[in-house]
Design a protein around this ligand. Structure first.
Ligand SMILES: [Fe+2]
Ligand SMILES: [Fe+2]
Length: 175
């Protein structure tokens, strides 16, 4: 993809890194060896690309921002602690609370964060952006788990490492 088209995505990531604590998510593991920051970058990038490919007419800025913040819960969910028990059900609310503290969110961005675990959160998403992130989060999580197995090394190369070397490389240097 030409660099010009990547501008919106890159600028949005850098803006959130400057405004809040997005880069802190690199300290927490999401699945296997993938950090929560890697996971969020992938969900945001592929949500954005899916919207463009299928012409879903989502609001691009809100889609990217909401996807980047959908797991902004800022703790290691593998460490057993009472206050975040039932992580699967509760982390969208933790992420929303943190994101509201650090960022100015619009309704679409809030909806993306709140509903990304649907159907666990019972009430379905009410906007297309939240549906897209819900689908890409599920898909991405499955891929991240599969990537841990050598059998799927091609998948890892195509789905993740290629992006890590091209699109994400600049963000990874920022501490
Ligand atoms: Fe999540
Ligand atoms: Fe997620």
């Amino acid at each position: 993809m030409p660099d010009k088209q990547l501008t919106l995505f890159s600028e949005t990531v850098l803006q959130l890194m400057n405004e809040g604590k997005l880069q802190v998510m690199k300290d927490y593991i999401q699945h296997g060896s993938i950090t929560t920051l890697d996971h969020s970058l992938m969900v945001a990038y592929y949500s954005w690309r899916l919207n463009q490919r299928l012409g879903l007419k989502a609001d691009e800025s809100s889609l990217i921002r909401g996807a980047l913040l959908h797991d902004y819960f800022l703790y290691d969910w593998h460490v057993a602690e009472k206050w975040h028990r039932f992580h699967g059900f509760r982390h969208p609310a933790f992420a929303l609370k943190n994101a509201r503290q650090d960022y100015q969110l619009n309704e679409i961005e809030e909806e993306i964060i709140k509903k990304h675990m649907w159907p666990l959160t019972i009430i379905p998403p009410t906007c297309r952006e939240a549906w897209i992130v819900n689908a890409m989060d599920t898909f991405s999580s499955v891929v991240e788990v599969m990537m841990e197995y050598r059998l799927f090394s091609v998948l890892k190369r195509k789905w993740y490492e290629r992006l890590d070397e091209t699109v994400f490389k600049d963000f990874k240097k920022i501490h």
